[in-house]
Ligand binder design. Sequence first.
Ligand SMILES: Cc1cc2nc3c(=O)[nH]c(=O)nc-3n(C[C@H](O)[C@H](O)[C@H](O)COP(=O)(O)O)c2cc1C
Length: 393
Amino acid sequence: MSSLRVKTLDGLELPNPFVIGSGPPGTNANVINKAFEEGWGAVIAKTVSLDASKVINVAPRYARARTPDRTVYGWQNIELISDRDFSVWEKEFKDVKNAYPDGVLIASIMEECSKDRWVELVERCEACGVDAFELNFSCPHGLPERKMGAAMGQDPEILEEVCGWVMGAAKVPVWAKMTPNITHIVDPARAALRAGCTGIAAINTILCVMGVNLETLRPEPTVEGYTVPGGYSCKAVRPIALRMVMEIATMMYGGNSGQPVQKDGTTAIAGEYPQRTISGIGGVETGDDAAQFILLGAETVQVCTGVMIHGYKLIHELNAGLEAFMEKHNFSSIEDFRGKSLEYFTTHAELVRLQADAKAAAKAAKAGMVTKDEGWEGEKFVEQTDKLVANQE
Ligand SMILES: Cc1cc2nc3c(=O)[nH]c(=O)nc-3n(C[C@H](O)[C@H](O)[C@H](O)COP(=O)(O)O)c2cc1C
């Protein structure tokens, strides 16, 4: 019997690894309560800051990409963080914790580059009983114009300093959420861990332009004829998210990515932070999607756009799908298979070598040559010996 329960390396206990990702599905107490009612493992609320008066959203702020059969595979948003007053959030965090004391409620926070503001935000959220923090260093639009969000996440030095402020104040686990809009995602991830963050969440949305309307010649989503590049999410981003989670996990837990496969079954890269946690995000809509993030090192898996498309009941399908995967492979817990696929990355040169070795072995087998001791047969012993002689005259 498989169990979906997770006790994260930084101490959170979840009934299953599925976490509502920060965004519209965690935007007020009503919807957060709905998520707990349906059984989500944890909820990350929409990102909050101390001064919501600076947050002004526009409409329309979403654009979707569909396959010919109308399935949504890509989603752009130009939505900002929460536009609700922080005092309202303080009341709602408390209300949610009163209604669901065992529900794991994670506050997503973002502030300007000021120690006092970050510390105040941490302390006021903790006073409301939140179980953990996610630091939003990753929102790709709007906020970077104010040197927030991805603007901080793209600068490991600033990020490390801010993480240090938060870690000096926080008494609960803290995940730093990474922007994918950077060449080497391992650099900011390592900076956050160096500053003491207990986990990494990856990825936020990928900066994009969804398309241009060929009638009006205006890019979408159009607001009064104009737009800004937005954040791309949904199924289409999953392969990029998996690659980035793999890179972060290899740094944290060890693996072979970019290195030759080791002969003795160990990994070429030793993990630098084996006791910190990863939360994988990007395009998850099924239990099989989640299994792939876990195989690449994630302990928990977040879903945002998937909930916007399928609703909160998606959790039942996610749980059933992940359980079916685990039963098929006889995995009894998430820990049984977490990070199991990290050793199967290597260099391209190594792929070429492995393929050449395999071809040589196949050729030898075809010619009836014994390549392994277990291949010797009593009846054919002399014939098999002959075939191994180099000069057959
Ligand atoms: C409409 C929308 C709003 C979002 N708002 C936030 C936010 O306030 N804070 C944050 O950290 N991430 C935000 N995200 C990013 C998601 O949490 C997630 O990282 C990203 O969408 C990829 O996951 P997904 O494919 O499951 O949506 C938002 C995403 C969408 C689609």
